[in-house]
Design a protein around this ligand. Structure first.
Ligand code: FMN
Length: 405
């Protein structure tokens, strides 16, 4: 396979002893037909000479933001050129700087400026790696869409043994190949992903809603985008940033979400409905602010909201329809019923009472049930990983449809 052929790879090298492996990474990438543009931090130059990287890559090595010829604004040209930006080895320092959005040298500024996927291969002493702040930085970057390869267990440069050793060059190159091959998965396809809660107004300052954070839906939107899909992300109000490069719409109520989904459904290949749409809304929303004076008790009358999935399920035709259900009991039984009733291809069910699963958290523990009656139980994993597995299933459904045509 030619996943790396003619790809432009920016290789950031930072101040770790593992920098001695950078030439081998370059050699393997060049052998696969990629163009590698090395960028070194100042610290990295203490570990390996730029001339070595220049000789194996046969490209100029960038060492500074300010190179005396600012007609080529290097961080902008490099960031725009990149098909992928790989940082290997990545120090605790660079990870912290990226997590904080710092742009104070050529590498960090290029990272801030790029829209290409960024892959980080950490290398450090185990105690550094286990430092809670380093771990928080890694978690933050992962949840923002940065990808990590390694580190692995083994003998470290400082003679200690433990977790912190940079993955081997061949493993890193294999990881990049996988990313590029996945970029083709949904090429030419488009999907709607819904996310977050809806809000159903009681008056101008109060509403009924739920704890959905939007994290699961945003993770799916990001994963689909990374696999080459055009993504329309329709979300209720959340506090998280949508992924770059998706068409993003914010709605408030279930009826607004329904309207937006229906507006776009004709143009897409499928709908992934992760939004936690409120089942009910107040029959009437007060015009101003409801006053508490002279009221000891208020009765709020609710009416059923439209079931967007069920309605779309009736008209879906060949399109892919995926639903989520958050249950507190009889999960599988409830999920099976919804799968059938709503004419879904796949339903993702989670037990909201389980620790680490469901609303607000970064992890999830789910069951996948498909229309063939197959059930898969996934262990507790990051929402990003769950998104990956769901996308693998969507790919499989698309391939099966193609084969049966
Ligand atoms: C001999 C030596 C080895 C080092 N190895 C590492 C390492 O493997 N990982 C790491 O995070 N920092 C390591 N450091 C510390 C970094 O070089 C230091 O934090 C530096 O500021 C990193 O700068 P940079 O991230 O801009 O390259 C090492 C320092 C020395 C002196």
């Amino acid at each position: 396979m030619d996943e790396l052929k003619n790809k432009n790879i920016i290789l950031g090298v930072t101040g770790s002893i593992a920098a001695y492996k950078a030439p081998e990474i370059i050699r393997l990438l060049v052998r696969e037909g990629a163009y590698v543009y090395p960028v070194m931090t100042r610290s990295a130059t203490y570990f390996i000479h730029p001339l070595t990287l220049q000789s194996v890559s046969r490209e100029k090595v960038t060492l500074s933001l300010f190179n005396g010829d600012e007609r080529d604004i290097r961080h902008i040209s490099l960031s725009a050129l990149a098909d992928i930006l790989l940082i290997a080895p990545a120090t605790a320092n660079i990870i912290g700087k990226i997590a904080a959005g710092i742009a104070d040298d050529i590498l960090t500024t290029t990272v801030v400026a790029t829209r290409a996927p960024v892959v980080i291969a950490p290398a450090m002493n185990e105690r550094m790696y286990e430092n809670p702040v380093v771990q928080q930085n890694i978690a933050r970057l992962k949840s923002t869409g940065y990808r990590f390869i390694g580190p692995e267990e083994g003998r470290l440069a400082c003679q200690d043994k433990g977790k912190g050793r940079m993955s081997e060059p061949a493993t890193i190159v294999g990881f990049l190949k996988k990313i590029f091959s996945k970029m083709e998965d949904f090429k030419g396809k488009s999907f709607i992903v819904t996310a977050g809660p809806t809000r159903e107004p009681i008056d101008v300052v109060r509403f009924i809603s739920n704890y959905s954070s939007g994290k699961m839906g945003f993770a799916i939107a990001r994963e689909m985008r990374d696999r080459g899909a055009k993504v329309i992300l329709i979300s209720g109000p959340t506090f998280i940033k949508p992924p770059e490069g998706v068409d993003f719409f914010v709605v408030e109520t279930a009826r607004q979400m329904e309207e937006k989904v229906k507006e776009y459904f004709d143009r897409v290949d499928g709908l992934i409905m992760t939004a936690a749409v409120c089942d009910f809304r107040p029959v009437q929303s007060f015009k101003g602010k409801m006053k508490k004076e002279s009221k000891e008790r208020v009765v709020l009358e609710l009416v059923r909201n439209p079931d967007i999935l069920e309605e779309i399920g009736r008209v879906k035709g060949e399109k892919i329809l995926i639903g989520f259900c958050a249950e507190a009991e009889n999960i599988l039984q409830e999920a099976r019923q919804k799968l059938k009733k709503k004419n879904l291809d796949l339903i993702v069910a989670n037990d909201v009472t389980e620790k680490g699963a469901g609303f607000e958290v970064d992890t999830n523990k789910v069951f996948l049930l498909n229309s063939k009656g197959e059930v898969k139980s996934l262990p507790l994993m990051s929402k990003r990983k769950v998104a990956e597995v769901i996308c693998d299933h969507i790919k499989q459904i698309l391939e099966e449809r193609q084969a049966n045509k």
